[in-house]
Write a protein that binds this ligand. Structure first.
Ligand code: GDP
Ligand code: ADP
Ligand code: 5GP
Length: 209
């Protein structure tokens, strides 16, 4: 188990097959809700057009990634689509300590590692409304070539088969409905007694005095 403290900020894992819309949904969610951020992962995959170092990912080569594993820098790491991806401990610790709810956009293998390390974290799975919608979104994004899209469609079935390991399921059919459902999960988690008792310790002792 990890000694990362989730008392101030909570940790969420969000997984979905590539193209289901998780990046767009989380971007919209973060713009609508205070004190929630995504974590920036390290990856060995090539940068897509428009992606920025330190914003979308920290882009590293395989040697650098291996070195980081050796240094114990990752809370979790996994191989996805022939590339390595990992969440570094240091960056999320800082966010959580500042009272930020942190969202990890990671695959099911990483989600399993996080659940084991931090059982108090919450996990959310996002599904597309159909296989054809998933293909359309991958093609419509215009970022990956035909072979990459084919690989991602094949991998989608495997990724989706893990949905029932998660705490919550959101179907991304109508975009703004899906954003509202994600918001509802985070807002409800914030009102849990354990969390509120710590946040409002002064008020509670005063009221019950
Ligand atoms: P980019 O990095 O700015 O290109 O972001 P995305 O391609 O992920 O999406 C751009 C923006 O479009 C997002 O911030 C969403 O708010 C919005 N968006 C994406 N898909 C949909 C959709 O299907 N419906 C609606 N209403 N908005 C969408
Ligand atoms: P992911 O991060 O899961 O790979 P993206 O957020 O990049 O997926 O979304 C893939 C594509 O699907 C993007 O072009 C996005 O605008 C589009 N998209 C996302 N949500 C919806 C939706 N509800 N309806 C239609 N298109 C969507
Ligand atoms: P993409 O290359 O489309 O940004 O992401 C591909 C896949 O890698 C997605 O399923 C995404 O969830 C996963 N992924 C991204 N970052 C991480 C990470 O830090 N750890 C793990 N385990 N998976 C990740």
């Amino acid at each position: 188990m990890s000694n990362i403290d989730l008392a101030k900020g909570n940790l969420y894992v969000v997984s979905a097959p590539s193209g289901a819309g998780k990046t767009s949904l989380l971007k919209a969610l973060i713009s609508q809700l205070n004190t929630v951020e995504t974590s920036v992962s390290h990856t060995t995959r090539a940068k897509r057009v428009g992606e920025k170092e330190g914003v979308d990912y920290y882009f590293v080569n395989v040697d650098e990634f291996t070195q980081l594993i050796g240094d114990g820098a990752f809370l979790e790491h996994a191989e996805v689509f022939d590339n390595f991806y990992g969440t570094s401990k240091a960056s999320i610790e800082k966010q959580l300590d500042n009272g930020i709810d942190v969202i990890l956009e990671i695959d099911w293998q990483g989600a399993r590692q996080i659940r084991q390390q931090l059982p108090q974290s919450r996990s959310i799975f996002i599904l597309p409304p159909s296989k054809s919608a998933l293909r359309q979104r991958l093609e419509g994004r215009g970022q990956d070539d035909a072979k990459v899209i084919e690989n991602r469609m094949l991998a989608a079935k495997n990724e989706m088969s893990h949905f029932n390991e998660y705490d919550y399921l959101v179907i991304n059919d109508d975009f703004s409905t899906a954003v509202d459902e994600l918001k509802a999960i985070i807002i409800a988690e914030r009102q849990k007694i354990e969390r509120q008792q710590k946040k409002y310790a002064y008020l509670l002792s005063n009221l019950l005095d």
